[in-house]
Design a protein around this ligand. Structure first.
Ligand code: ATP
Ligand code: MG
Length: 397
């Protein structure tokens, strides 16, 4: 059992506040990602959980017990850092054994030589070897135990660092951008290995990343931090389809959500020539968020928007560039009424797709917006929700 609770954590470095009143519950066995831009306070928060940094106020609890007075080694928490800092002169096996050696042997018996000749060392040796071998098997690095870190690939080194953190059988596993040193292909591979490790170990995971795709694909819940404020915590789908504000909407989703200006008045929203029967209960300018996969394009050259429906309102679109991504295309352009804006449309190819079709030739065509799939935000960036269910209204279109 390891339920992790962060309660009203505040932290400043000198006069600069870095974390503002962060509260977060991570359930036993859950995988929560902390995501946010560089410098937003992710590592600081993780270091506070691990006991490497003290908060100015607030508390860190594991299973209801405050950890603030517990030393890092007594918290039963393992942490993997971005630069996984393996000891270069030690073999993989010795690197992985280190946390067990530190925990179970007195100072004089810790050197590999001394472990085999001192009584304390000899007694602990089988237990240490067993622990290392078990974790090495789990991570598929058992054939590498005699190599030095320099003789490993980046992905293998990463797994050794994970292994070294796991040998002590922690209750909570903290990872600070563990994939950032790997190339794109290896990241995807190790990403799924970490997800598997979570499933097979049943441990409570907190995973820090600035890559929203990583956060969305790996975790059961995502916590989005911005300049030390926790903006929203929820399932990946909550953050994607029900963001609390413009910042969350723009951070989550790839390609990024399109934002265009509209006008809310008398139960209608106007975007260019389109009049949407949506009552936001406000009068004045609004930001409209349109996910790239929800814009319907004419099906004339075999393109369909991934999530678009036939319902909708026409709006004129000018194409600038079409990128062919294999199974789908990304169309960059702008609405005719707002030529300075940038609108991206993600459309999937059907069997009848033709690269030289009319869509690529004409440059200007009508797209359709479905009112149900739009997100609305006020001038202050906060989410505005229609007073009446847009789905009902759309039926009347
Ligand atoms: N020991 C320190 N002394 C002073 N300022 C610090 C210290 N550690 C971090 N900071 C500052 O606190 C802020 C948050 O840093 P933190 O390392 O937590 O960010 P992060 O979200 O992990 O960023 P990144 O994604 O770049 O790793 C930054 O502005 C950073 O400069
Ligand atoms: Mg960091």
């Amino acid at each position: 059992m390891a339920q992790l609770t962060l309660k009203n954590i505040k932290k400043s470095f000198g006069d600069t506040p870095v974390l503002h009143d962060i509260s977060l519950d991570v359930n036993d066995g859950e995988f929560v990602s902390l995501v946010g831009q560089s410098g937003c306070g992710k590592s600081t928060l993780l270091r506070i959980v691990a006991g490497l940094e003290q908060p100015d106020s607030g508390d860190v609890l594991i299973d209801g017990q405050s950890m603030l007075n517990a030393a890092p080694k007594d918290r039963n928490i393992a942490m993997v850092f971005q630069d996984y800092a393996l000891y270069p002169h030690m073999s993989v096996g010795e690197n992985m054994a280190m946390p067990l050696v530190m925990a179970s042997l007195p100072l004089y018996a810790r050197l590999p030589m001394m472990r085999s000749i001192t009584p304390a060392g000899r007694k602990a040796q089988p237990h240490i070897r067993e622990g290392v071998e078990k974790v090495a098997k789990q991570l598929h690095i058992d054939h590498l135990l005699d190599r030095k870190p320099a003789q490993l690939s980046g992905g293998q080194r990463q797994r050794v660092a994970l292994g070294r953190a796991l040998v002590r059988d922690p209750q909570v596993f903290l990872m600070d951008e563990p994939l950032s040193n790997l190339d794109a292909k290896l990241r995807v591979q190790v990403r799924s290995e970490i997800t598997e490790l979570h499933a097979s170990s049943g441990l409570t995971f907190v995973y820090v990343t600035h890559d929203q795709v990583e956060a969305m694909t790996m975790s059961s819940r995502v916590a989005l931090l911005q300049t030390g404020h926790l903006l929203q915590v929820g399932t990946p789908n909550d953050l994607f389809s029900d963001p609390v504000n413009l910042d969350v909407a723009q951070f989550i989703g790839s390609p990024e959500i399109n934002i265009t200006a509209g006008e809310s008045r008398a139960g209608q929203i106007t975007i260019g020539e389109a009049q949407l029967p949506i009552d936001l209960g406000t009068t004045g300018p609004v930001h409209i968020g349109i996910r790239p996969e929800t814009i319907s394009v004419p099906n004339t050259n075999g393109l369909v928007a991934a999530h678009a429906s036939k319902q909708g309102h026409k709006i004129t679109f000018n194409t600038r560039v079409i990128e062919d991504l294999g199974p789908e295309v990304l169309i960059h352009g702008a609405f005719a009424h707002a030529p300075d804006g940038v609108i991206r449309i993600r459309a999937q190819k059907s069997d009848s797709y033709s690269a030289s079709g009319s869509l690529t030739k004409t440059k200007t065509f009508d797209v359709m917006l479905n009112p149900n799939q739009l997100l609305f935000f006020g001038a202050d960036g906060q989410r505005l929700r229609p007073a009446v269910n847009a789905a009902k209204l759309a039926e009347t279109v």
